[in-house]
Design a protein around this ligand. Structure first.
Ligand code: ZN
Ligand code: ZN
Ligand code: ZN
Length: 368
């Protein structure tokens, strides 16, 4: 197996190949998932510019503030550095490293303040988003990336198993959310991204995060949470019932969502289109008469970003390939009443089928 640094070098080589193919002059990447992907180096975005400059001939340089030079040297020992002092112009440093003609690709999440200064420092150049170059690479995960996603997904599974042992009734969504965050860290996450605890009628809003609502017996609660482990993201949703037995409609809706998710799994295979997975899940919910209450796409890619390509949505005819990892997360949201969503991360395996990376039980669990 190639070393980690070797596979990161290979990614830059491929990205440079895309630059040549497209006639681009350079790829400029500020802190974020693309920087971690292409340099193995991560640092929080700040007003001081850090920027990887990648040439079409695969020459890479990290432009960074002097005070971060040591960190950059440790994080990416095999990449050249160009440092700038507090009174220097970092944009001129970047511009001096851009030697090839052509379009400049900048990280999708680069701050506007940086992009505008870079445009001024590189007059006459056209600019494009880096995903033109990196999207196809990042979408097809290598074995080490799939393994990282499996580990972080299983860590989230364990956090879910442990939250089921905690009391829900009488506690607020915020308290359950704090428990989930603690459990994610206890189970190996180095970063908590989000904790959605949507109880009762709050569950009808897919992205309700947490509030001060006090959870009561009889509630249905949507738990959707995730974070990061060595850069790779988790994202899992289960819906639980508070008290000994769920009502008939809650059970029915949960069953429909579970079958919709299974249909998504069955449809997700090599060469199937992204939209066909969405259609398969949606058909189950439509047939059960709840179609108007499934108000979002069926899934999104996941990797170094929590949401990335491919998106499982009507209109996306992109074909699934081995190494693509994405969520399958149908839901039904009944306004003023409750919601149900079930979400796993799956990856297209070398045999062409969708392998679940989350293994937590899909049953409608009851909590106290
Ligand atoms: Zn979401
Ligand atoms: Zn989620
Ligand atoms: Zn998701």
């Amino acid at each position: 197996m190639p070393s980690e640094r070797a596979s990161i070098t290979e990614r830059r080589r491929r990205a440079a190949g895309k630059l040549r193919e497209r006639g681009f002059g350079a790829l400029l990447v500020s802190p974020g998932a693309d920087l971690f992907y292409l340099a193995g180096y991560q640092i929080f975005a700040s007003e001081r510019l850090t920027c990887l400059v990648l040439d079409p001939d695969a020459k890479a340089t990290i432009v960074c503030p002097e005070l971060e030079a040591r960190r950059a040297a440790v994080g990416a020992p095999d990449i050249a550095r160009a440092t700038w002092g507090e009174t220097d112009d970092p944009y001129a440093v970047v511009a001096s490293l851009v030697r090839a003609p052509g379009v400049i690709a900048v990280a999708d999440q680069m701050w506007a303040a940086f992009v505008l200064k870079l445009q001024a420092a590189l007059p006459g150049r056209d600019f494009a988003v880096a995903s033109d170059i990196t999207r196809g690479l990042r979408m097809r995960k290598d074995d080490a990336e799939v393994e990282a996603l499996r580990l972080v997904s299983e860590s989230a599974d364990r956090a879910y198993a442990r939250i089921l042992e905690r009391p829900f009734a009488g506690r607020t969504e915020r308290e359950i959310g704090a428990d989930l965050a603690d459990l994610l860290r206890a189970e190996g996450h180095d970063e908590v991204g989000f904790t959605i605890v949507a109880s009762g009628a709050n569950g009808a809003s897919p992205h309700h995060e947490i509030g001060d609502r006090r959870i009561a017996e009889g509630d249905t609660v949507v738990l959707d949470f995730g974070g990061g482990m060595r850069g790779y993201r988790s994202d899992i949703t289960r819906t639980v019932h508070v008290g000994p037995t769920a009502g008939r409609e809650e059970q029915k809706v949960h069953d429909v969502v579970r079958r919709a998710q299974e249909a998504g799994y069955a449809a997700a295979r090599k060469d199937a289109t992204a939209e066909s997975v969405d259609a398969a899940s949606r058909r189950v919910i439509d047939d059960a008469g709840y179609g108007e209450f499934f108000i979002h796409r069926t899934g999104h890619g996941i990797g170094l970003d929590g949401h990335e390509h491919p998106y499982l949505v009507r209109g996306n005819r992109e074909k699934l390939e081995p190494g693509m990892a994405f969520s399958i997360e149908p839901g039904i949201y009944l306004p003023g009443r409750f919601g149900v969503r079930i979400e796993d991360i799956a990856v297209i395996d070398t045999d062409g089928s969708a392998r679940p990376l989350n293994r937590a039980d899909h049953a409608f669990a009851t909590v106290a």
